[in-house]
Design a protein around this ligand. Structure first.
Ligand SMILES: Cc1ncc(COP(=O)(O)O)c(C=O)c1O
Length: 397
């Protein structure tokens, strides 16, 4: 007996697979540093933890309304107004088990089998697979490092022909690209010419550096508000990956459709996590600020270290907590591709990095700097040694 045909075209999540492999190697006694993880290494803010205890002890352990507690949705609506200049009613918000489920809800609600979803590449691993899982087809739009990994708008205009949906992600995982207000305005002019839905994933909104600012697409291009789903969550900005807290804000009809999908998949997200999320969103942001300071310092550390490696090119990321250097100078000889290079990096020097192939760019590798300064320094020294040892002809220093 075979599993469903739908799964034949689905690739497992490379970052999750790598994390598992790195954990197994560590358990077997190997000295491994993982730069594969997409999660902050900080603890969840204290107010969120205390709210979770209070929820458990106060009996908040039952089903909640499917789209989430009304009080949490009101706090999210206030957050969207305050931080993003977006105007949503609590009834236009659906709380889910992580932003990942919010994305699935949106794709299930908006894409019919055979529909096309345009996804700029490099992309977060889950977008094309989630689109495929709902029976639709991803149309990948390559972008160039030389253009800061942002699509050429003329090419986007062509790619959007006949498409039903556009996926937008700023700050971007894996490239760290952050779109300016002017760039989003220009993007909006293209999107306005096409009759398509937009899903904007803003989960890294708080993690921006070097004076970059996050702008929410429907706040900049207001005419797009009624055909946009804004996806966000608490995993990254509040170090709450394990709590599985994400949410989407969308026009009423779409929010109701996502609620319907969720009512037949998981029902509500965890009641205790919802109370923790409300407390996190209501707290003063001090802990997010401290986390951001640490990420800013580590980002500098990584950029400075990689700058010293001859042959490697890096577009300095402005957001999220990843760098996505181009290692193509090392490929084609000893290493067939970035996946082979990452395998050897792990085997030889015990550093786990994800091949760019998983994100649609097999010339690059993704390193996460969401780990302690000390481990990061050690990992970067090992990466530097490894790349120098295997230096491509002409790049040896
Ligand atoms: C771009 C992007 N969107 C969404 C998610 C999903 O986050 P979660 O489901 O933990 O809320 C991630 C996680 O890595 C991500 O990188």
């Amino acid at each position: 007996m075979n599993v469903a045909k739908r799964l034949l075209q689905i690739t497992p999540s490379a970052p999750l697979a790598l994390m598992q492999k790195a954990a197994q190697l560590k358990e077997s006694g190997r000295d491994v540093i993982s730069l594969g993880a997409g999660e902050p290494d900080f603890d969840t803010p204290i107010p969120a933890r205390e709210a979770a205890h209070a929820a458990i002890n106060g009996g908040k352990t039952h089903y909640t309304p499917c789209p989430g507690e009304k009080s949490l949705r009101s706090v999210i609506a206030a957050k969207l107004r305050r931080d993003n200049g977006l105007d949503y009613d609590a009834a236009e918000i659906v709380v889910s088990n992580g932003a990942k489920q919010s994305l699935y809800n949106a794709f299930m609600a908006l894409l019919d089998p055979g529909d096309i979803a345009v996804i700029p590449s490099p992309y977060w691993v889950t977008y094309p697979e989630a689109v495929r899982l709902v029976g639709a087809t991803p149309r990948l739009l390559p972008t160039a490092a030389a253009r800061g990994f942002k699509p050429d708008l003329l090419e986007l205009d062509v790619a959007l022909r006949g498409a039903r949906l556009f996926v937008f992600n700023s700050p971007c995982n894996p490239t760290g690209a952050v779109w300016t207000r002017a760039e989003i305005e220009a993007l909006g002019q293209v999107l306005l010419r096409h009759d398509c839905w937009i899903v904007t994933d803003e989960i890294y909104e708080k993690l921006v550096f070097d004076g970059a600012t996050h702008h929410s697409l429907p706040a900049v291009v207001k005419q797009l508000r009624d055909r946009t789903v804004v996806v966000n969550g608490l995993s990254k900005a509040y170090a709450m990956t394990g709590w599985r807290m994400g949410y989407a804000a969308a026009p009423r009809q779409v929010a109701e459709a996502m609620d319907l999908v969720q009512s037949h998949t998981t029902s509500n997200a965890c009641s205790i996590s919802q109370h923790a999320a409300q407390a996190a969103l209501e707290c003063d942001g001090r802990e997010t600020g401290l986390m951001l300071d640490a990420f800013a310092r580590r980002r500098r550390l990584v950029i400075d270290a990689l700058k010293g490696v001859r042959g490697l090119t890096l577009v300095p990321p402005q957001g999220a907590f990843y760098v996505f250097p181009d290692v193509s100078a090392w490929l084609g000889g000893k290493f067939a591709d970035a996946t082979a290079l990452c395998d050897r990096l792990l085997d030889e020097v015990g550093v786990a990095a994800v091949s760019g192939a998983a994100f649609g760019d097999p010339r690059c590798i993704r390193l996460s700097y969401a780990t302690s300064d000390e481990l990061l320094r050690e990992a970067l020294a090992r990466v530097g040694r490894f790349l120098t040892k295997h230096a491509p002809a002409g790049a040896a220093s």
